[in-house]
Write a protein that binds this ligand. Structure first.
Ligand SMILES: [Zn+2]
Length: 293
């Protein structure tokens, strides 16, 4: 074991290195240390402001966050763009940072306090995932986590979860990226520091008025382009078909068919845009422009 202090001097992060840099047989592994440091370095500037006194980092892992129906719709073709997230397990909770593809945090943060977990499992060899059932009955699945990482989670999680006190939320809940206060569900302004977040009303309005609009509003451009294309093609097709229908009344059936498909896509679009809003996306685009601290 190298001579590392509990507060690592590279990022000054309180890393419990005998856990974080060890393999799933509790043996120090230089390669794992390098991987952990690399990933933690990506989230470190943001992570630091969330850590509480005496909180220690046990493990960081990339994962894919639970997905909504809108994302599953395109999941097979666009899985590369899906829900990149970094989970940081500490001795008190799991912090979830939604990230860009390069694992740099986007500004949406949530926490799972161990006391809010009723039970969990780490999937099977064939289906690698962290499945959590919360005290309010909800379940979530974090996927794309490696087998070795899940085996490490199995080492420390039981002790963490045991006797941890539940919070009033009883499930994963968002945190304000500016003041770290828990954000009450359904309120899109931080009650503590007044930081504004994207709201469901605007998400629905953008989704209804503009092809792909709900996705662009919630900064999911890849889906925005996909839905804008699908909706755009259907709208053009519907207009062309309406002109035909005025000449041949039998064509109205086709117009109704296109309208029905467009309606389904719009409903999917609205549903997913609303789900994204629940991730609490700060209105200020670049968090460096938000007064943090
Ligand atoms: Zn705040």
């Amino acid at each position: 074991m190298p001579n590392l202090t509990i507060t690592d001097n590279i990022q000054n992060l309180p890393i419990k290195h005998e856990v974080c840099f060890a393999n799933n047989e509790r043996v120090y592994d230089e390669r794992i240390q390098a991987q952990q440091m690399k990933l933690l370095a990506k989230v470190a500037p943001f992570l630091k402001r969330f850590l509480e006194p005496d909180e220690e980092i046990l493990l960081a892992t990339a994962a894919r966050a639970p997905m909504g129906v809108g994302e599953l719709f395109f999941a097979s073709r666009f899985s590369y763009f899906m829900k990149h997230t970094v989970l940081v397990f500490t001795n008190r909770r799991i912090l979830q940072f939604l990230t860009r593809m390069n694992y740099v945090p986007k500004g949406s943060v949530s926490q799972i306090r161990y006391g809010d977990i009723e039970k969990y499992d780490t999937g099977s060899v064939l289906k690698l995932s962290l499945n959590i059932k919360y005290r309010n009955g909800r379940q979530e699945r974090f996927t794309n986590i490696g087998w070795n990482t899940l085996k490490k989670v199995d080492i420390f999680m039981p002790t963490c979860v045991q006797n941890a006190p539940p919070t009033e939320f009883k499930q994963r809940h968002s945190l304000c990226p500016r003041c770290q206060a828990p954000l009450p569900k359904g309120k899109y302004v931080c009650p503590n520091c007044r930081l504004a977040f994207k709201n469901p009303g605007e998400a629905v309005r953008n989704a209804l008025l503009f092809p792909g609009g709900g996705f662009f509003y919630t900064r999911h451009r890849v889906f925005g382009i996909q839905f804008a294309f699908s909706e755009g093609v259907l709208i053009v097709l519907a207009i062309a078909w309406i002109f035909e229908a005025f000449k041949h009344a039998t064509e109205w059936a086709g117009v109704i068919g296109i309208a029905a498909v467009l309606l389904v896509i719009k409903l999917l679009h609205i549903y997913q845009a609303r789900r994204y809003v629940e991730e609490y996306i700060p209105v200020a685009k670049d968090l460096t422009t938000v007064k943090l601290g």
